[in-house]
Design a protein. Structure first.
Length: 264
């Protein structure tokens, strides 16, 4: 009895499996035969590509997907991506977008990473004090300047905020996220900020403070305009009374004569 029941269960499982395979096969064939299902080729990352890396063909692969789902700004050929430089880290399997790369012609990859109208300035940092060992390309930092005058206490102030780190030492890209000891950091600044940075470095020492990448720059609220003051009417002018003058008055009544004081 038990053998018969087991045989029936196995037979039923085989029948259900064959039916499921047949239904799946028909569904796939019907989907592929649908008119208007155009396919497109897009370039994706075959492995993780760090920030500031010159892309090679080994980093890339091709993917097939429905054309209507292909994102605008993607690449359709590996040759379009090779030799470009990444401006952001790329994760494995990600569809590559043009906005995340810059063209690279000649010179160092660092020059390709500098944003238009910006400058790259390298500053020395202390390998013991501060966060030099925890800085990686792509981080954002604030720059603090300290100086000490004769017979006065040292002063410190933040001279630059939210500055992008382009490279640490001679490295503009790294495969690791672990801290390393560095002695120079290259920052991306505007020409005016470069002057402030060089001046602060010559007047004293500078330190870098690491920013949270999700932190937004503080917004300085504008002071409301004060209403125009209403004109104040001048106080009424006080007119002083004329001075009092006294004089003698002689009163004659018959044969009686008397004198009194009078004033005006």
């Amino acid at each position: 009895m038990a053998k018969k029941r087991a045989f029936v269960m196995v037979s039923l499982s085989l029948m259900l499996g064959v039916a499921a395979a047949w239904i799946a096969k028909n569904w796939i064939e019907a989907a592929s035969d649908q008119p208007g299902m155009a396919m497109a080729s897009v370039v994706a990352a075959d492995l993780a590509i760090p920030f500031g890396t010159k892309v090679q063909s080994r980093h890339l692969k091709m993917l097939e997907m429905p054309a209507e789902y292909a994102p605008p700004g993607s690449f359709d050929s590996i040759d379009e991506v090779v030799d470009r430089v990444t401006v952001q880290p790329i994760v494995a399997g990600e569809i590559l977008m043009q906005s995340r790369f810059v063209d690279y012609d000649d010179g160092s990859t660092l020059a390709a990473l500098v944003t238009k109208n910006m400058r790259a300035v390298t500053v020395r940092v202390d390998d013991v004090i501060g966060v030099a060992g925890f800085l990686l390309p792509g981080n954002r930092v604030d720059v603090l300047a300290s100086r000490k005058e004769q017979n006065r206490r040292a002063t410190a102030e933040t001279v630059l905020r939210d500055i992008k780190v382009l490279a640490v030492d001679q490295t503009a890209a790294t495969e690791k996220n672990e801290p390393v000891i560095v002695r120079a950091v290259t920052l991306e600044v505007s020409p005016d900020q470069a002057e402030v940075l060089i001046k602060a470095r010559e007047e004293g020492s500078i330190q870098l403070t690491l920013r949270n990448p999700l932190e937004e720059a503080p917004v300085v609220a504008e002071e409301p305009e004060k209403p125009a003051a209403e004109p104040v009417a001048p106080a009424p002018r006080r007119v002083s009374a004329p001075p009092t003058r006294e004089f003698d008055v002689t009163i004659i009544r018959g044969t009686s004569v008397s004198e009194q004081k009078a004033s005006t």
